[in-house]
Design a protein around this ligand. Structure first.
Ligand SMILES: [Fe+2]
Length: 246
């Protein structure tokens, strides 16, 4: 398996990914911006792989998605969680489902909290072993922080879901599990996110302050962060729910 992580120049807080299997010529792209579509097509061509799946880990509120455009131009499937509010054509993903791109297998973990449709991907390189290597954690878990639960309202309910998703689905993974987050410092999708774009479950358990808090303290801290809303958020959400590319 090969792994490419990228930050668009225009939005240095965001992180997107290409996970690919050169042997079988397949790739999965995750959380790609409109400004990155050409880059991902070039990268795939350069490596001799076809992008079979393009995943958005949720309907983003902080950047315009290039997911649907990339999927259509690459001839792949555009994938979102099955209960996504998106109105475009997409392949619905279920909790536990495995997306296969050659030897790269990505298991979908539904982790509501940042948004209702948030997912993470637990990724295995089947050419090496049957155990997952890393977690693409979307906007659920960041290095040093967690996803904000207040972008779509219902924040009291969403923060409870976020706590449950993190504790029941992510912190039960082995400490050595690597974390590749969907954002880093500069993003307003979480408070005080580190500028280091990779971590492990064990490191986060030790150094991410919100993870060792009681449920009540977690709720108070996460909801008390008072982050500004992403610029142009309503317009971005409207676009991402029904991307303009046909
Ligand atoms: Fe987000």
């Amino acid at each position: 398996m090969f792994l490419f992580q990228h930050t668009p120049d225009s939005e240095p807080g965001s992180l997107s990914y290409l996970l690919y299997c050169v042997g079988q010529g397949k790739a999965i792209a995750v959380d790609v911006h409109t400004s990155e579509v050409d880059l991902y097509l070039e990268k795939a061509a350069q490596k001799g792989v076809t992008i079979s799946h393009v995943v958005d880990t949720h309907v983003h509120a902080d950047h315009f998605t290039g997911g649907l455009e990339l999927a259509k131009r690459a001839g792949g499937e555009y994938c979102l969680f099955k209960d996504s509010p998106a109105q475009c054509d997409f392949t619905p993903l279920a909790d536990g489902q495995v997306i296969k791109a050659g030897n790269v297998h990505a298991q979908v973990l539904h982790t509501p909290g940042h948004t209702e449709d948030s997912i993470c991907l637990l990724v295995t390189d089947k050419s090496r072993c049957d155990e997952p290597w890393f977690l693409v954690s979307g906007h659920t878990l960041f290095v040093g922080s967690v996803g904000r639960p207040d972008l779509r309202g219902r924040e009291q309910e969403m923060v409870e879901k976020l706590y449950d998703s993190i504790h029941n689905k992510l912190l039960v993974l082995p400490d050595y599990m690597e974390i590749l987050p969907g954002a880093q410092a500069g993003s307003v999708c979480g408070a005080g996110i580190s500028g280091k774009p990779v971590s492990t479950i064990g490191f986060e358990k030790r150094h991410n302050p919100t993870l060792s808090m009681s449920r009540e303290d977690f709720k108070k801290t996460v909801l008390g962060a008072m982050l500004p809303y992403p610029e142009g958020m309503d317009k971005i959400i409207a676009f991402n729910a029904n991307p303009a590319f046909k």
